[in-house]
Design a protein around this ligand. Structure first.
Ligand code: PLP
Length: 295
């Protein structure tokens, strides 16, 4: 994928195109050594009518909510729209055949200035839909459940935990992925300390039980997913009722279908949890993927 990067100066409301492989970020930037910032990853899907940023508005609404949770300056939607559109145009010129890719955009608290104020910094760059994602879409994944270390619904009592904000502090999520791999599983599934199923380290969980689509309540302590909501928007067309619910591990194991859903994955079947096989609903997997990719 082309090595393009857009650096954003949120205060000046300007941006410049540069080289993703060149040195860009001072180590004193608070995103680098504190993970103090926020990000989004959107899927861009190109069809006969041009490029679509899937769930663009929902991603930006969450970006703003994350900024607010971290007391970062309110991001300017017009600026970030121009950044995303410029990157898509550059990529279309460089790689016209690429019909599906992601764009990751981020806002860091930046660096301490001489005046004691922070100077935020932003950026956006493309991410490929790689073989790992393609294989998971086709073959589904296995997972192990992992204790998230807090009780469900703790977020409102402990807002400093930033539960529900998409921050750049993903070291725990990365560690969970490695822990899953060490246990011969593709993914982790976080469960609250009191046994409520939450989410994967980078995906939401959706299950089907009969004619109902169920997903964990975001207030239980997880990220409100754009992909999950896009799928829920289409539930009626699929002849299903969509609901938020408190699920336990046995609900997932006994489901008529289970999926990890996220912008880049779209929907991948969860076919095994903690060594227990789960029914795979291939028809619904295909339909979910079509809904999210828009083709
Ligand atoms: N949960 C977490 C922790 C995530 O990082 C992500 C996305 O990366 C999701 C859920 C899925 O969110 P979305 O569907 O908006 O990509």
């Amino acid at each position: 994928m082309t090595d393009l990067l857009i650096l954003v100066d949120p205060e000046a409301a300007t941006f410049e195109l540069t080289d993703l492989r060149a040195a860009q970020l001072p180590v004193t930037d608070l995103s680098a050594h504190r993970g103090d910032g926020i990000f989004e990853t959107v899927l861009v899907s190109k069809g006969a009518h041009g490029a679509t940023v899937v769930s663009r508005e929902r991603h930006f609404t969450r970006f703003r909510a994350s900024a607010s949770a971290l007391d970062l300056p309110d991001p300017d939607q017009g600026l970030w729209d121009r950044v995303i559109d410029s990157l898509i145009a550059e990529l279309a010129a460089a790689e016209p055949e690429d019909v599906e890719f992601g764009i990751r955009y981020a806002l860091s608290r930046g660096e301490h200035g001489a005046d004691g104020q922070f100077r935020p910094r932003g950026w956006a760059f493309p991410v490929p839909v790689d073989d790992h994602i393609r294989t998971a879409r086709k073959q589904g994944v296995t997972a192990v459940s992992l204790d998230r270390g807090f009780d469900a619904y703790i977020g409102s009592k402990a807002p400093w935990l930033l539960i529900g904000a998409k921050t750049l502090s993903y070291a725990v999520n990365q560690a969970a992925g490695r822990h899953a791999a060490a246990n011969n599983a593709d993914e982790a599934l976080f469960v609250s300390h009191d046994g409520i199923v939450l989410e994967g380290p980078t995906a939401n969980l959706v299950i089907r039980r009969g004619d109902r689509l169920l997903t964990p309540n975001p207030d239980a302590g997880l990220l409100l997913g754009t992909t999950q909501r896009l799928i829920f928007d289409h539930a009626e067309d699929l002849g299903l009722r969509a609901e938020y619910a408190d699920l336990r591990l046995h609900d997932v194991k006994d489901a008529d279908g289970a999926w990890f859903v996220s912008s880049m994955r779209t929907a991948v079947a969860l076919r095994e949890l903690d060594g227990h096989a789960i029914s795979v609903d291939q028809n619904l997997t295909d339909r979910f993927q079509t809904i999210v990719r828009g083709r």
